[in-house]
Design a protein around this ligand. Sequence first.
Ligand SMILES: [Zn+2]
Ligand SMILES: [Zn+2]
Length: 348
Amino acid sequence: MAFSLSDHPHRRYNPLTGEWVLVSPHRTKRPWQGQVETPPAETRPEYDPNCYLCPNNARANGERNPNYSGTYVFTNDFPALLPDTPEGIYAPHPLLRAESERGTARVICFSPRHDLTLAEMQPSAIRLVVDEWCRQYEELAALPNISYVLIFENRGAMMGASNPHPHGQVWASEHLPQQILLEDASQRAYWQTHGRSLLADYLEVELQLGERLIHLNAHFAVLVPFWAVWPFETLLISRRHVSAMTDLSHAERDALAEALHALTVRYDNLFRTSFPYSAGFHVRPTQAGDWTHWHFHAHFYPPLLRSATVRKFLVGYEMLGTPQRDITPEQAAERLRSLPSVHYKSAL
Ligand SMILES: [Zn+2]
Ligand SMILES: [Zn+2]
């Protein structure tokens, strides 16, 4: 019997982080006893007087939002990082080590409309968000003591988003975040060995094989990575090797907005629900250095497995051993690819 990725348990290597994932495709044949239900369609008003992100409303600290019409950005009222933290090191023993961390955190409202999501916004509106992300990256990179600017979105109560109003966050930190350290080391080593970007070479292979590809436009590709951990995890990669969103041309920014729209619509259509996820952009650090090896990309980590209510948990063997999945990345890509490109709500 020959080893087959679609039949036999195996592990797959993630060249970006050096980590492994266990794939158990034979388990998708076992009977499913968990509950499957479609929740009632959520309807939200365009404006919610109790939402602290809607235009003109007051926030927890008493400040009032302006009557904004596009994007709106403010410093998080409860930021995880503060710019004026005193510098210091705590190291009473080699096994006990702490360092002060300076930075800041902002909230980016994508739209004044309380009832929208990226998936329900038009690419032209998402393009305005792309421009705002670029502005924030440049602004925060110019602040003192900032090494990294991480733009991300937590969507849905399942991912811990405290408010359904369409918004994301940007955290700027003094040190490189953990995932960035891992991916930086891998991309740098690959660049030094091959003189090429790791993700450029990976994308070339994926475009040849085609089996994990979900969406392709002139400047971006969206695919389920070969090493995906979450059932419907995706990776968005720029087709040109650039290392930050701010390097993108106007046409590329348009294409990024189009790709984000195409992906999030398919996500919503998968279980006919507003699909939860954590997603974020991985770009070059802002501190001085040679970051040529960085290749601009975004990760989408959605928790849903079987329906709008049945989610995957990283527990047991996954917490103590290796992350594990049943449905293969190829099967996940096939499902996402075959979905309509029109949002189910607008198709009603
Ligand atoms: Zn709102
Ligand atoms: Zn990454």
